[in-house]
Design a protein around this ligand. Structure first.
Ligand code: GN1
Ligand code: MG
Length: 366
């Protein structure tokens, strides 16, 4: 691995001496390494080197073009903010292909801390602000410039259709073991598809969204609560604001980790929900439409059901999409998401009330 990483770093014109590398176990899709170089002045400098999963991102060049456009726009629009900085090769590209067709990119490492299940509401509120702000900075970005790198990424109805076809095909004979999960998901199909149906009817606007608002995609100052930068721009595409809001809640306000087998304890931590809603709405309340505000809480449920569908579908199809550590990993993830979705359904009125509260509070502030 060392030789491969060294070559990638050389292609991106990293100077000095290769010291060490470490694979970072983050993300379910790409491979990520932190590489350390000793520079001329004897100091150490870290870089993040990533191999993009081209099974998931079929057109990785388009992914990088999207990122170039978005980061350039953000630097121009909000020069005081941190933005990811991808390094260029000699021929001014932000990526290289290796001899095996592997697709690589490199960016400077931020000395920072990430959180998966923060217990401190201040951190969650600040993540809400960071994602809300991200949304606002890109408010006037011309979405038609972006390639839809994963078509229908958060089209919940299409996700259901694909899963139902895969259940019918059942190539590995696994369906018989997951009937309970299937029954639950299908029973909430229409409710979970409410937002995409509203979008199709023109009742919700399409915005430029992040589409992967897990809290570990926000880097915080080392050991602290201040958000530094939003990362993982691979899926920045046109989307629904409620799905960005919802995906963040799905991950950061769950009582247990996404990979947890402790399904019984999965559920919304309302303190964290409130904290995120507060931060997010502080930044976005002024521009959200009535319908958007009214569907933010439902968006949490919708994206959680969608994620259940995606994990279950991958399980049925032999787990080729999400990285797994053991054969039932995607089934465990399915059960955990389903338990969270059930708890969200119960708490929906309370979740809606909290959104309304912060909408009223921040909408008319100057
Ligand atoms: C994947 O790789 P990561 O962790 O950034 C996935 C998201 C899922 C998430 C679930 C391109 O994100 O959509 O919500 O796993 N990314 C892609 O943890 O499918
Ligand atoms: Mg991602």
């Amino acid at each position: 691995m060392k030789e491969v990483l060294k070559k990638v770093c050389e292609a991106f014109r990293i100077k000095g001496m290769f010291v060490s590398y470490e694979e970072l176990k983050v993300g379910n899709i790409n491979k990520t390494y932190r590489v350390t170089y000793r520079q001329k002045d004897d100091t150490l400098k870290d870089f993040i080197v990533q191999r993009i999963n081209t099974n998931v991102f079929k057109d990785p060049v388009a992914v990088m073009n999207n990122i170039d456009l978005v980061t350039e726009y953000m630097r121009d629009e909000a020069p005081e903010k941190n933005v990811l900085h991808f390094h260029h090769t000699r021929d001014r590209k932000t990526y290289i292909f290796d001899e095996d067709g592997g697709f690589w990119r490199l960016f400077s490492y931020f000395n920072s801390t990430t959180y998966n299940l923060p217990e401190n509401p201040e951190i969650v509120k600040n993540a809400g602000k960071a994602f809300g702000e991200f949304q606002m900075i890109l408010g006037d970005f011309d979405a038609s410039q972006l390639t839809e790198t994963i078509p229908d990424f958060h089209n919940t109805r299409k996700r259901f259709e694909k899963m139902e076809a895969d259940i019918a095909a059942d190539p590995y004979g696994l369906v018989k073991d997951v009937q309970e999960e299937i029954d639950y998901i299908l029973s909430v199909k229409d409710k979970a598809c409410t937002l995409v149906d509203m979008l199709a009817k023109g009742e919700l606007p399409l915005r430029v969204t992040h589409n992967d608002t897990k809290i570990n995609n926000v880097l915080f100052e080392k050991g602290g609560t201040k958000a530094l930068v939003v990362i993982d721009l691979d899926t920045v595409m046109p989307g629904l604001v409620a799905y960005d809001f919802g995906d963040a809640i799905r991950f950061a306000a769950n009582r247990v980790d996404e990979d947890s087998k402790d399904y019984e304890h999965a559920g919304v931590n309302m303190e964290m929900y409130r904290a995120f809603a507060r931060g997010f709405l502080k930044r976005t309340a002024k521009v959200l439409t009535e319908n958007e505000a009214a569907t933010l809480a439902l968006g949490c449920f919708a994206i959680t059901v969608e994620q259940t569908v995606r994990f279950l579908d991958d399980y049925i199809m032999g787990s080729t999409y999400f990285k797994i550590n053991y054969p039932e990993h995607n089934l465990v993830r399915t059960r955990c998401q389903a338990a969270l979705a059930k708890d969200m359904e119960k708490k929906l009125p309370e979740m809606e009330e909290i959104v309304r509260h912060y909408m009223d509070k921040y909408k008319n502030r100057v």
